[in-house]
Design a protein around this ligand. Sequence first.
Ligand SMILES: [Zn+2]
Length: 464
Amino acid sequence: MKISVHGAAGGEVTGSAYLVQTREANVLVDCGMFQGARNLDNYNHVPKKGAFHRLDAVVLTHAHLDHTGRLPLLTRAGYDGPIYATPATIDIADLILKDSAHLQQADLERKNRRRQRQRLAPLAPLYTQEDVDRLQPLSRPLKYDHHTPVAPGVSVRVVEAGHMLGSVSIEMTVEERGTKKVVIFSGDLGPRGAPLHRDPVPFKHADFVFMESTYGDRDHKPLGKTAIETREVIKKAVQARGKILVPVFAVGRTQLLLYLLAGAFHRGTLPRFPIFVDSPMAIKATKIYGRHNELFDAEALAMLKSGELHTNLESVKFCPTADESRALNDHPGPCLIMAGAGMCTGGRILHHFRHNLSRPETTVLFVGYQGHGSLGRMIVDGKKSVNILGQKTAVRASVHTFGGLSGHAGQTDLLGWLVSFAGSRPHVFLTHGEERARKPLGKIIKERFNLRVDYPGHRETIEL
Ligand SMILES: [Zn+2]
């Protein structure tokens, strides 16, 4: 067996893809898009020749674009085999990939208009909506904790990874020439004890493990502490009858925040106030969460079953249309508005900013990472004035960052996950982490568990 690493390696955190090859089978685990730095666009293709074009199956850990974003390139190249994923991942990936194709299309049209003026040939899209549409009929739902054969000699068992709705770690059993080997792919691992999601499920045995290391060098701030701080910020904003603006990533943070607010309303630690989900994609994602609520953790399930979740979210209104979004400009505070884009690089959050950022009674709450150069980062960094939709806007709102909502396990939880099967002495390959994160994690794994640790590079092939 050999495994080649086609992304999220060499210190990179995006583009996850592992190709598992035996004499009889070729299986791809994840097929993610490279995101972030501009030059990574050149990586966003699938190899023209070789095993990528003889794939027997694709298996997904979760729906995030950096784990699924190159799937439409496979169908574009003619792939029509099965794509195994949990039902929630199938639904969320469809939403995320359709949005990605849409954004790319819009971006491309803008670029091509400019190229036309410069008399340059138009650029072709990476993939189209049709390529995304071709994925859905290939989906094969995976049952949790169930051995599913996916290719000759290859079966998988998936268990909760606690990272997002539907996320799993994969235990792959590979049988070749009468010997069986077990390879674990961690996928992205969530923190233990996080609200709404179940905790990652431990394993017992592995010969090899490909493990994420995003926060391999540190632990997050305790969630409880930031939750209390945030509650106080919201309470103050409500008393000041201001608007609370929350730039959100449609899938994950929006639903988590709604759940946390429902809890605070239920316990009476916050007075109820109107909440607006002002993002068509976040609305769709929230509905998917509703459809797969069997995946919630015990506390959330209890709240759901008793009807408390529903009752406490009665003040939530969805705004699917642009008119409904605009109407919020005249809505008096206090209210909380969640709108995209998560990093304020576009979307409806911009018009809310334009109308409210200069008001001292406004509160801006950041719940996700703000990339360098993004509008969100400028506001977090305390700029007194920013450019919004071509208009200079003063920042007089109070700005807060709620950093405890990460979907990723910190160092302690990563080690806690590995300890469950470290006794079986797996060979560890650390991926999905910057060097400053994966090297310190590797050092601790070597010292504490005396395991062999390697740090694969991009497109490296490992013979196992
Ligand atoms: Zn992820």
